[in-house]
Ligand binder design. Structure first.
Ligand SMILES: Cc1cc2nc3c(=O)[nH]c(=O)nc-3n(C[C@H](O)[C@H](O)[C@H](O)COP(=O)(O)O)c2cc1C
Length: 265
Protein backbone atom coordinates (compact mmCIF):
# COMPACT_ATOMS: atom_id res chain seq x y z
CA UNK A 1 0.00 0.00 0.00
CA UNK A 2 1.26 3.47 -0.85
CA UNK A 3 1.23 5.70 2.18
CA UNK A 4 2.79 9.07 2.81
CA UNK A 5 2.70 11.48 5.72
CA UNK A 6 3.34 15.19 5.49
CA UNK A 7 3.93 17.38 8.50
CA UNK A 8 3.75 21.15 8.84
CA UNK A 9 6.61 21.71 11.28
CA UNK A 10 5.47 25.29 11.90
CA UNK A 11 2.16 24.00 13.22
CA UNK A 12 3.34 20.82 14.98
CA UNK A 13 3.42 21.34 18.76
CA UNK A 14 5.41 18.12 19.30
CA UNK A 15 2.71 16.91 21.68
CA UNK A 16 3.18 13.37 20.28
CA UNK A 17 -0.51 12.50 20.46
CA UNK A 18 -0.11 11.03 16.94
CA UNK A 19 2.71 8.77 18.15
CA UNK A 20 0.79 7.71 21.28
CA UNK A 21 -2.45 6.99 19.46
CA UNK A 22 -1.11 4.94 16.54
CA UNK A 23 -2.38 1.42 17.30
CA UNK A 24 0.74 -0.23 15.85
CA UNK A 25 3.46 2.28 16.84
CA UNK A 26 4.04 3.20 13.22
CA UNK A 27 5.17 6.74 14.03
CA UNK A 28 8.37 7.75 15.71
CA UNK A 29 10.29 10.96 16.42
CA UNK A 30 12.82 12.09 13.84
CA UNK A 31 16.17 13.66 14.82
CA UNK A 32 14.52 17.04 15.41
CA UNK A 33 11.74 15.53 17.50
CA UNK A 34 9.04 15.69 14.81
CA UNK A 35 6.75 12.71 14.11
CA UNK A 36 7.66 10.62 11.10
CA UNK A 37 6.31 7.40 9.56
CA UNK A 38 8.26 4.24 10.22
CA UNK A 39 8.97 1.97 7.24
CA UNK A 40 6.74 -0.72 8.75
CA UNK A 41 3.76 1.53 8.01
CA UNK A 42 3.76 0.42 4.37
CA UNK A 43 2.75 -3.08 5.44
CA UNK A 44 1.12 -2.53 8.81
CA UNK A 45 -0.88 0.70 8.62
CA UNK A 46 -4.57 -0.24 8.90
CA UNK A 47 -5.77 3.10 7.48
CA UNK A 48 -7.51 4.18 10.69
CA UNK A 49 -6.46 7.80 10.16
CA UNK A 50 -6.05 8.37 13.90
CA UNK A 51 -2.69 10.17 13.59
CA UNK A 52 -4.25 12.85 11.37
CA UNK A 53 -7.55 12.96 13.28
CA UNK A 54 -6.02 13.44 16.74
CA UNK A 55 -3.57 16.20 15.81
CA UNK A 56 -4.50 19.26 17.85
CA UNK A 57 -2.88 21.66 15.37
CA UNK A 58 -3.97 20.13 12.02
CA UNK A 59 -0.25 19.78 11.36
CA UNK A 60 -0.27 16.19 10.18
CA UNK A 61 -1.68 15.02 6.88
CA UNK A 62 -1.74 11.42 5.70
CA UNK A 63 -2.45 10.08 2.23
CA UNK A 64 -4.83 7.33 3.39
CA UNK A 65 -7.18 9.93 4.92
CA UNK A 66 -6.33 13.44 3.73
CA UNK A 67 -7.02 16.26 6.16
CA UNK A 68 -9.05 18.21 3.59
CA UNK A 69 -11.54 15.34 3.16
CA UNK A 70 -11.71 14.53 6.89
CA UNK A 71 -14.28 16.89 8.46
CA UNK A 72 -13.68 18.33 11.92
CA UNK A 73 -15.69 16.95 14.85
CA UNK A 74 -18.37 19.51 15.75
CA UNK A 75 -18.86 19.08 19.50
CA UNK A 76 -21.97 21.26 19.45
CA UNK A 77 -23.73 18.53 17.42
CA UNK A 78 -22.98 15.72 19.88
CA UNK A 79 -25.94 14.41 21.90
CA UNK A 80 -25.92 14.95 25.65
CA UNK A 81 -25.80 11.81 27.84
CA UNK A 82 -29.50 12.36 28.63
CA UNK A 83 -30.43 12.71 24.98
CA UNK A 84 -28.46 9.63 23.93
CA UNK A 85 -29.87 7.62 26.85
CA UNK A 86 -33.43 8.56 25.88
CA UNK A 87 -32.80 7.76 22.22
CA UNK A 88 -31.27 4.34 22.99
CA UNK A 89 -33.82 3.38 25.63
CA UNK A 90 -36.71 4.60 23.48
CA UNK A 91 -35.76 2.50 20.42
CA UNK A 92 -38.04 -0.52 19.97
CA UNK A 93 -38.19 -3.46 17.60
CA UNK A 94 -40.94 -2.65 15.10
CA UNK A 95 -43.23 -5.40 13.87
CA UNK A 96 -46.02 -3.44 12.18
CA UNK A 97 -45.04 -1.25 9.25
CA UNK A 98 -46.77 1.39 7.19
CA UNK A 99 -46.96 0.81 3.44
CA UNK A 100 -44.64 3.81 2.92
CA UNK A 101 -41.24 3.05 1.37
CA UNK A 102 -38.00 4.78 2.26
CA UNK A 103 -36.45 6.79 -0.52
CA UNK A 104 -33.07 5.78 -1.88
CA UNK A 105 -31.39 8.97 -0.60
CA UNK A 106 -32.39 8.15 3.00
CA UNK A 107 -31.17 4.56 2.66
CA UNK A 108 -27.87 5.88 1.31
CA UNK A 109 -27.53 8.17 4.35
CA UNK A 110 -28.01 5.18 6.66
CA UNK A 111 -25.34 3.22 4.81
CA UNK A 112 -23.06 6.23 4.92
CA UNK A 113 -23.20 6.42 8.75
CA UNK A 114 -22.82 2.66 9.08
CA UNK A 115 -19.38 2.86 7.46
CA UNK A 116 -18.14 4.40 10.70
CA UNK A 117 -18.87 1.34 12.86
CA UNK A 118 -15.72 -0.14 14.38
CA UNK A 119 -14.34 -3.20 12.60
CA UNK A 120 -11.55 -5.56 13.63
CA UNK A 121 -8.26 -4.30 12.22
CA UNK A 122 -10.28 -1.58 10.47
CA UNK A 123 -10.91 -4.10 7.70
CA UNK A 124 -14.39 -2.66 6.99
CA UNK A 125 -15.40 -6.02 5.55
CA UNK A 126 -19.18 -5.57 5.60
CA UNK A 127 -21.22 -5.94 2.39
CA UNK A 128 -24.88 -4.95 2.27
CA UNK A 129 -27.93 -6.13 0.42
CA UNK A 130 -30.76 -3.61 0.57
CA UNK A 131 -34.03 -5.01 -0.67
CA UNK A 132 -36.15 -2.03 -1.68
CA UNK A 133 -39.14 -3.87 -3.12
CA UNK A 134 -41.68 -5.16 -0.58
CA UNK A 135 -42.70 -8.01 -2.93
CA UNK A 136 -39.11 -9.24 -2.92
CA UNK A 137 -39.03 -9.01 0.89
CA UNK A 138 -42.14 -11.21 0.91
CA UNK A 139 -40.52 -13.76 -1.42
CA UNK A 140 -37.53 -13.96 0.92
CA UNK A 141 -39.85 -14.43 3.90
CA UNK A 142 -41.46 -17.24 1.88
CA UNK A 143 -38.10 -18.98 1.53
CA UNK A 144 -37.57 -18.79 5.30
CA UNK A 145 -41.04 -20.30 5.74
CA UNK A 146 -40.16 -23.14 3.31
CA UNK A 147 -37.08 -23.86 5.42
CA UNK A 148 -39.17 -23.93 8.60
CA UNK A 149 -41.71 -26.21 6.93
CA UNK A 150 -38.95 -28.67 6.02
CA UNK A 151 -37.74 -28.69 9.62
CA UNK A 152 -41.30 -28.69 11.02
CA UNK A 153 -40.48 -25.84 13.41
CA UNK A 154 -42.52 -22.84 14.57
CA UNK A 155 -45.97 -24.28 13.66
CA UNK A 156 -47.81 -21.11 14.76
CA UNK A 157 -45.69 -19.00 12.45
CA UNK A 158 -46.30 -21.43 9.58
CA UNK A 159 -50.06 -21.41 10.19
CA UNK A 160 -50.02 -17.61 10.16
CA UNK A 161 -48.15 -17.61 6.84
CA UNK A 162 -50.75 -19.94 5.33
CA UNK A 163 -53.40 -17.45 6.45
CA UNK A 164 -51.56 -14.60 4.74
CA UNK A 165 -49.76 -13.18 7.79
CA UNK A 166 -45.97 -12.81 7.59
CA UNK A 167 -44.46 -13.29 11.04
CA UNK A 168 -40.97 -13.75 9.63
CA UNK A 169 -40.34 -10.36 8.05
CA UNK A 170 -43.59 -8.79 9.26
CA UNK A 171 -44.60 -7.31 5.93
CA UNK A 172 -41.71 -4.85 6.17
CA UNK A 173 -41.24 -2.81 2.99
CA UNK A 174 -37.46 -3.25 3.11
CA UNK A 175 -34.89 -5.77 4.18
CA UNK A 176 -31.27 -5.09 5.05
CA UNK A 177 -28.79 -7.98 5.02
CA UNK A 178 -25.09 -7.97 5.80
CA UNK A 179 -22.61 -10.50 4.53
CA UNK A 180 -18.87 -10.80 4.44
CA UNK A 181 -15.99 -13.14 3.79
CA UNK A 182 -15.03 -14.87 7.05
CA UNK A 183 -11.60 -15.54 5.55
CA UNK A 184 -10.98 -11.80 5.20
CA UNK A 185 -12.22 -10.47 8.54
CA UNK A 186 -10.90 -11.78 11.86
CA UNK A 187 -14.27 -11.05 13.50
CA UNK A 188 -16.93 -11.19 10.78
CA UNK A 189 -19.89 -11.57 13.16
CA UNK A 190 -18.85 -8.60 15.32
CA UNK A 191 -18.07 -6.45 12.28
CA UNK A 192 -21.42 -7.13 10.65
CA UNK A 193 -23.33 -6.82 13.93
CA UNK A 194 -21.80 -3.46 14.78
CA UNK A 195 -22.41 -2.06 11.31
CA UNK A 196 -26.01 -3.27 11.47
CA UNK A 197 -26.46 -1.72 14.93
CA UNK A 198 -25.25 1.61 13.53
CA UNK A 199 -27.69 1.24 10.62
CA UNK A 200 -30.51 0.36 13.00
CA UNK A 201 -29.90 3.35 15.25
CA UNK A 202 -29.39 5.73 12.34
CA UNK A 203 -32.69 4.50 10.83
CA UNK A 204 -34.43 5.31 14.11
CA UNK A 205 -32.96 8.81 14.06
CA UNK A 206 -34.77 9.31 10.71
CA UNK A 207 -38.10 8.22 12.21
CA UNK A 208 -37.86 4.76 10.69
CA UNK A 209 -38.29 1.47 12.52
CA UNK A 210 -36.56 -1.87 12.28
CA UNK A 211 -36.40 -5.33 13.75
CA UNK A 212 -33.50 -7.76 13.71
CA UNK A 213 -34.43 -10.78 11.62
CA UNK A 214 -32.96 -13.75 13.46
CA UNK A 215 -35.18 -16.33 11.74
CA UNK A 216 -33.85 -15.23 8.38
CA UNK A 217 -30.21 -15.37 9.51
CA UNK A 218 -30.68 -18.91 10.86
CA UNK A 219 -32.18 -20.05 7.57
CA UNK A 220 -29.51 -18.23 5.53
CA UNK A 221 -26.84 -20.32 7.25
CA UNK A 222 -28.32 -23.57 5.95
CA UNK A 223 -31.08 -23.31 3.37
CA UNK A 224 -29.60 -23.31 -0.11
CA UNK A 225 -32.55 -21.74 -1.98
CA UNK A 226 -32.32 -18.76 0.38
CA UNK A 227 -28.54 -18.56 0.07
CA UNK A 228 -28.96 -18.67 -3.72
CA UNK A 229 -31.52 -15.86 -3.57
CA UNK A 230 -28.89 -13.55 -2.07
CA UNK A 231 -26.40 -14.40 -4.82
CA UNK A 232 -23.45 -13.88 -2.47
CA UNK A 233 -19.87 -13.60 -3.69
CA UNK A 234 -17.77 -16.79 -3.34
CA UNK A 235 -17.05 -17.64 0.32
CA UNK A 236 -19.37 -14.98 1.79
CA UNK A 237 -21.82 -15.70 4.58
CA UNK A 238 -24.88 -13.83 5.85
CA UNK A 239 -24.36 -12.49 9.38
CA UNK A 240 -27.24 -10.14 10.14
CA UNK A 241 -30.57 -8.99 8.76
CA UNK A 242 -32.98 -6.19 9.62
CA UNK A 243 -36.57 -5.58 8.66
CA UNK A 244 -36.93 -1.89 7.88
CA UNK A 245 -39.70 0.60 7.24
CA UNK A 246 -41.83 3.26 8.87
CA UNK A 247 -43.62 2.21 12.09
CA UNK A 248 -47.38 2.08 12.06
CA UNK A 249 -47.45 2.65 15.85
CA UNK A 250 -45.28 4.86 18.03
CA UNK A 251 -44.21 3.52 21.41
CA UNK A 252 -45.15 5.82 24.25
CA UNK A 253 -43.32 4.21 27.14
CA UNK A 254 -39.96 2.64 27.79
CA UNK A 255 -40.54 -0.93 29.01
CA UNK A 256 -38.58 -2.41 31.92
CA UNK A 257 -35.41 -4.37 31.35
CA UNK A 258 -33.35 -6.58 33.68
CA UNK A 259 -30.74 -5.03 35.92
CA UNK A 260 -27.17 -5.45 34.57
CA UNK A 261 -25.70 -8.83 35.36
CA UNK A 262 -22.36 -7.51 36.47
CA UNK A 263 -19.40 -8.63 38.50
CA UNK A 264 -17.55 -5.66 39.95
CA UNK A 265 -13.87 -6.38 40.71
C1 LIG B 1 -29.99 -11.13 17.02
C2 LIG B 1 -31.45 -10.80 17.14
C3 LIG B 1 -32.37 -11.52 16.41
C4 LIG B 1 -33.73 -11.19 16.48
N1 LIG B 1 -34.61 -11.85 15.69
C5 LIG B 1 -35.92 -11.50 15.70
C6 LIG B 1 -36.84 -12.12 14.80
O1 LIG B 1 -36.49 -12.98 13.98
N2 LIG B 1 -38.14 -11.72 14.85
C7 LIG B 1 -38.57 -10.75 15.73
O2 LIG B 1 -39.75 -10.44 15.73
N3 LIG B 1 -37.70 -10.14 16.59
C8 LIG B 1 -36.39 -10.47 16.58
N4 LIG B 1 -35.50 -9.83 17.40
C9 LIG B 1 -35.97 -8.72 18.25
C10 LIG B 1 -36.01 -9.06 19.74
O3 LIG B 1 -37.08 -9.90 20.01
C11 LIG B 1 -36.10 -7.74 20.53
O4 LIG B 1 -34.90 -7.02 20.34
C12 LIG B 1 -36.34 -7.94 22.01
O5 LIG B 1 -37.58 -8.55 22.25
C13 LIG B 1 -36.31 -6.62 22.79
O6 LIG B 1 -37.24 -5.69 22.26
P1 LIG B 1 -36.74 -4.24 21.82
O7 LIG B 1 -35.74 -4.44 20.71
O8 LIG B 1 -37.95 -3.50 21.38
O9 LIG B 1 -36.10 -3.61 23.03
C14 LIG B 1 -34.15 -10.14 17.35
C15 LIG B 1 -33.21 -9.43 18.08
C16 LIG B 1 -31.88 -9.74 17.97
C17 LIG B 1 -30.88 -8.92 18.73
Amino acid sequence: MKISLSLDQELCTQCYSCISECPFDLLSEDKEGFPQLRKAAVKRCMRCGHCMAVCVADALDISISPLESSPPVDRSLLPSPESLKHFLEGRRSIRTYRKKSADRATLEKLLDVSRYAPSAHNKQPVHWIIVQDSEEVKQIAGLVVEYMKELKIFPGLLRAWDQGVDKVLRGAPHLVVTHCDPGYSEHPMEDCTLATAYFDLAANSYGMGSCWAGFLVQAAAKYQPLIDAFNLPEGHKVYTALMLGYPKYRYRHIPQRDEPKVTWK
